[in-house]
Design a protein around this ligand. Sequence first.
Ligand code: G6P
Length: 607
Amino acid sequence: MCGIVGYIGEKNAVDILIDGLTKLEYRGYDSAGVAVVVDNNIKTERSAGKLINLKNKLEQSPLISNIGIGHTRWATHGKPSDENAHPHCSDHIALVHNGIIENYLELRDELINKGYKFLSETDTEAIAHLLHSLWEDNLEKTVRKAVQRLKGAYALAIISSREEGKILLARKEAPLVIGVGKNENFAASDIPAILHHTREFIFLEDGDIAIMEKDRLEIYDLNFNKVSRSVKTINWNPVMAEKAGYKHFMQKEIYEQPRAITDTIRGKYSLEDGKIYLSELEEMKGDLLSIERIQIVACGTSWHAGLVGKFLIEKFAKIPVEVDIASEYRYREPIVDEKLLFIPISQSGETADTLAALKLAKSKGAKIISICNVIGSSITRESHGTIYTHAGPEIGVASTKAFTTQLATLYMLAIYLSQLKDRLTKEERIKYVKALIKVPEEISSVLDLDHDIEMLAKNFKNYKNFLYLGRNINYPVALEGALKLKEISYIHAEGYPAGEMKHGPIALIDKNMPVLFLAINSPIYEKTLSNIEEVKARDGVVIAVASKSNNGISKKADYTIFVNDTIEETSIFLTTVVTQFFAYHCATLLGLDVDQPRNLAKSVTVE
Ligand code: G6P
């Protein structure tokens, strides 16, 4: 999705903007641009395609200024082109925008009638002309008037050559943070863009308008009352957001999983009594005791984590769980009451559909505990409680370490709820906690299979279709494995519960349809073996991801990747990493851009 960067201070803004936009590339974009004020004039440079095109233009005609705004655009209204790239201008005003203005056609007609000429197909240009048409003395008064006319979602950074010393920021349902510096201030849609310059952040709230000068910050709320927003210190190390010697962010993030899970579970368990301690939920304990049902709502990979969460919570805590896709949930009539615990799962904390679903459940009285990776993000601010995953910044569009840390968090939450409801014995809890704390080490053993999985990918990268099959807790992992392959290698892949194969997918089986089985040791392992026989009987090609103790499986499967024996509940961490590597290698062997796959965005902040 679109990225915003803004700078005001004493350095050259363009360098900081380009650096920040580069750090936001992972969000997905198809054009980019910057605007600065030079000698009382707005100057812009924009280009379709990757940032290198913009950089080349800026090398030809450099722009030097101490104030500027920059943008990477992910096309919604109008195709990717120089004209549609942000910033958009109206005479002395330039702005960048994330979000969608729903009433832009109405505004556009009104402004055309007033004589404004539109040079792009975007909704954003209407905001630029609207600001110009409403201009009144100064930028802040004008912005206040203009936002009252906007329907939809926006994060805006606005400059005017009439007021060279300030950037106006405004947000509604789209993320925007201020990075606080000394004699300089920064704005960005996402923390990694400016993490090199500051660790001090202010998270703007819905409806906020901020006046950002190099040595002054003023924030006004929805009702134009001056407010103070707390400054939060972010402890992410900027190196964590860089490749650190790996070829791709995705590769680095796969390798970071033992560390990420260790950080996520650190200090939250006791082996002596098998208890999980979630101090962040302490104040909600009373509410949690009375909950009778759970709804988990999320999108994409986070939704797959939710499906695993259902299995774990129902097994450990014996509380009924429904799992929903956020974009579906928000438009139906979900049954919600105060006995419902609603769990949104989101890496970014900014996914528009998940946020809207959360607001709906909250308005109907549900208790909200989010699982999120980004401190201070919109979803966490709307929640009654948040359990943070400690994955660190995830840059690769295809989610890896965020997913496995979500799984670890759900695993802990399931045991925690079982404690409250007294549903597991101490011995059972100790068994599950022991298995959890072994996960980082078990994942490290799968990292050793990197080369073997690369060899496997060499044999399969040219297939056009794939089936991923799993049962029980490994069924959502099959969905996630298939999604990874689709997202980055563009090979069509479907995930299915293995037992469902006979109800449709079996019709597709022939020598051109490889089937990847997550055939982990479990009480129903034999049933998965029968599914493998069914595929082999139809000339299908079988890859099995299996437990070492079941070595006989290699006689049935064409290729087998063995992982350590674990309990079924933690096998998901190992099977997941195998499928991550498989997708990663298929894509890199095909020469594809794994960190920024086509058409995808890291953080989907619009509907
Ligand atoms: C996008 C990303 C996925 C992610 C999904 C949900 O589609 O490309 O990797 O799983 O959004 O994002 P969230 O930040 O809410 O987990």
